[in-house]
Design a protein around this ligand. Structure first.
Ligand SMILES: *Cc1c(COP(=O)(O)O)cnc(C)c1O
Length: 391
């Protein structure tokens, strides 16, 4: 072989005895075959065979298998973001004329996708009261092919009666999908409660360091997996092994991170209830949270995200008070090592159950900083807000 050829041929080295604890990052577009016959027969390599980098590498397959094990799933597919994971489920199930039901409290871009992408293409949707339970049966029509859940609900934290909704949805001939990002499979396993699709934004707790975007969908039915893979293949969607490697690393510490932020967040939620500027604290472990009893029945614990409804009177001082926070950063997304606060309004995204609170909602994501120092930051904020209240 001459030098120019040597430049592009990587010599094979022994992998024997290389027992690293880290999963190797395998990059590929092209996959080569040992002979012409193997290439001609590549489509018979089966759903787990390697054919093209877009459709899977040992790195992405490792992450898929690990998530499947955690969810009690047969297979998992990986998507470039949590939002992509949701839209690919919807696109793989729904045909023109069909209808999907989404909770009023769904992650807002889901409603946007239904309204601005699906509806113009002849696929209808309706938003339902997240607390509807078995009453979802009243909304089922012969064209309802998918019922989506997100529990607890985005920002306002309503916990859904999963079993009741899934049973009624299946009785009506629909599939059931769930956004399980808040709980992760460590705190709730949707497939054990009747879901056909368990979706996660790995961007949040699995990644855990605010440096990657990924989504996953786990299923027990191999036919559903095939439909998801076919949809992804046609759309040309796959993920980078570098993101998968970061997610595999994040997953290793997720259990201890989640236990810590869950404990600190609940402690803060309880303490905030005493502050006049915390009009309502929305945390599933607090008895006043809608669906608290269902949460106690179905979930193993709480993660580190909860919300506080503010009285409208604090509005004039809210901006400066938030900007003065020392440890909490202001930003969306969550589930990383840094504590975040995001001022939210939800009324415009609610159609089934109008949101009647006039004040801003602060969504808090607790991170890994020193808890006492974090609490000082939070207490200072709520004291400053309280000073703006009349009396
Ligand atoms: C962040 C988030 C998503 C979307 O995830 P991306 O990876 O940011 O697209 C979906 N659902 C929930 C509940 C989320 O918090």
């Amino acid at each position: 072989m001459r030098d120019l050829s040597r430049c592009v041929h990587h010599p094979a080295v022994s992998q024997e005895g290389f027992a690293s604890l880290a999963v190797p990052t395998c990059r590929a577009s092209t996959i080569v075959f040992p002979d012409a016959e193997a290439y001609a027969n590549r489509k018979y390599r089966g759903p787990d065979g390697y054919s093209y980098g877009l459709h899977g590498t040992p790195t992405t397959r490792t992450l898929e298998a690990q998530l499947s094990a955690l969810h009690g799933a047969e297979r998992t597919v990986l998507l470039p973001s949590g939002q992509a994971a949701i839209t690919v489920v919807l696109l793989s199930v729904l045909l023109p004329g069909d209808r999907v039901l989404i909770p009023d409290t769904a992650y807002p871009p889901v409603r946007g996708f239904c309204q601005n992408y699906l509806r113009p293409r002849g696929i209808d949707f309706a938003a339902y009261d997240p607390m509807i339970g078995a009453g979802i049966a009243r909304l089922m029509t012969p064209r309802t092919k998918l019922v989506w859940l997100e529990s607890p609900g985005s920002t306002t934290m309503e916990v859904q009666d999963f079993r009741a909704i899934a049973t009624a949805a299946h009785a009506g001939g629909a599939l059931v999908g769930c956004d399980n990002t808040w709980a992760t499979p460590l705190l709730f396993k949707p497939l054990d409660h009747g879901a056909d699709f368990a979706m996660e934004a790995l961007t949040k707790y699995v990644g855990g360091h605010s440096d990657l975007l990924l989504g996953s969908v786990s299923v027990r039915d191999l036919g559903l997996r095939q439909t998801l893979k076919d949809t992804m293949r046609m759309l040309g969607i796959g993920i980078s092994p570098d993101e998968a490697a970061l997610a595999l690393r994040g997953l290793e510490t997720m259990g201890v991170r989640l236990a810590h932020v869950g404990r600190v967040a609940l402690d803060f939620a309880r303490r905030l209830e005493a502050f006049p500027a915390a009009r309502r604290v929305l945390h599933p472990a607090l008895p006043a949270c809608p669906g608290h009893a269902v949460w106690s029945r179905d979930f193993k614990g709480a993660s580190g995200v909860f919300s506080v409804v503010l009285p409208p009177e604090v509005e004039p001082v809210l901006g400066p008070a938030l900007s003065a926070m020392r440890l909490f950063a202001i930003g969306a997304s969550w589930g990383g090592t840094r504590s975040l606060v995001a001022p939210m309004t939800v009324a415009a995204d609610r159609s089934a159950v109008p949101w009647t609170e006039a004040g801003t909602i602060l969504r808090l994501s607790i991170g890994l900083e020193d808890p006492d120092e974090l609490w000082d930051d939070l207490a200072t904020l709520f004291e400053a807000l309280g000073a703006a209240l009349p009396g």
